[in-house]
Design a protein around this ligand. Sequence first.
Ligand code: AMP
Length: 400
Amino acid sequence: MKVLVVNCGSSSIKYQLVNMNDESVLAKGLVERIGLDGSVLTHQPEGKDKVIINADISDHSIGIKLVIEALTDAKHGVIASMKEIAAVGHRIVHGGEKFADSVLITPDVMKALEECIEMAPLHNPPNIMGVNACSKIMPGVPQVAVFDTAFHQTMPKEAFLYAIPYEAYEKYGVRRYGFHGTSHKFVSQQVAELMGKKLADLRIITCHLGNGSSIAAIKNGKCIDTSMGFTPLDGLVMGTRSGGIDPAILPFLMKKEKMTAEQIDNYLNKKSGVLGISGVSSDFRDIEEAANAGNERAALALDMFAYRVRKYVGSYVAAIGGVDVIVFTAGLGENSITMREKICNGLEYLGTRIDPVKNNIRGKAQEISADGSEVKIFVIPTNEELVIARDTKTICGNLA
Ligand code: AMP
């Protein structure tokens, strides 16, 4: 069975064609600048040269059509015809409270996705466009929605509610939803497997540290709390996002700087985080380089980032009554040896000891805690596409 995994942004389509017989990736690629000048498809078939196709890609349907053409092309294709694609799995950012698991997309599901637009105005509309584009170009092929929010739906009410009038939750669904759910789910399952333990017996803290960062407290395989909230702005310090701040800062700055609601939203989402503190970049590689060259604000940004992660780890230990293993994943978590060290130095009180030699790795699944460390530490590369492909296979496999 071959599954096409699709992740649509407002002007982009990321895709992977996965052979579910052995979970190998047959091809992957990216359509960029949809609806803009210079739109392009970069197609990477497994074991063959990368192909760059410049074309006028005015909408997502044309983008999907080009992806199918690339996948079935006589020279750089990997399948003989579109008929080989048994199902499509879509990454959908927000599933609200309606979806605690992945689902087969039906007209009713589409209606529910439309209702979630208000909560994810930047993300859900392009996700929906992707589903519509696939329906148009590949009619009859079953499609599955895999939600960033679903894994966190097990959070108890005391963890997901904000202490504002209850009516805000009832009327508008204002609550903590959490994001990066597929990643937290994947690495928690992987770490249990690597440790040779049952998920049901573990207390896990998963740190997804990338441009967007979030952390989750997982007990018996279920998410108990997570740092992103109603939107992906809450929680940890991020590349350009502030993470949690005193909400009273918003009206204060809006008055002082004469900012509109949209402007303050942009300020907190795009101009803050390690970019706002360092003034250097949102990319941790640039900030680490600047800090090494003596830039004090770059060093401060890294310290603030690590401090916030440590603080969350401490609070999540309290939330789940201890911890057996801490997992690092995503761009920074998988690759930054120094950031992992910075975070773990200071967690020794938990019985956590990082091994500097084992920690000297990038992008590889491995234990990095020292022998005898009571709490284990692991690096696990995330693979959200594989989770989407697996869920799609499970749901569509049951259709036959
Ligand atoms: P993601 O959002 O998961 O793709 O992660 C992107 C972030 O990971 C960027 O800020 C990168 O700077 C960071 N990153 C990737 N590789 C490294 C590395 N070798 N050292 C430090 N940061 C890295």
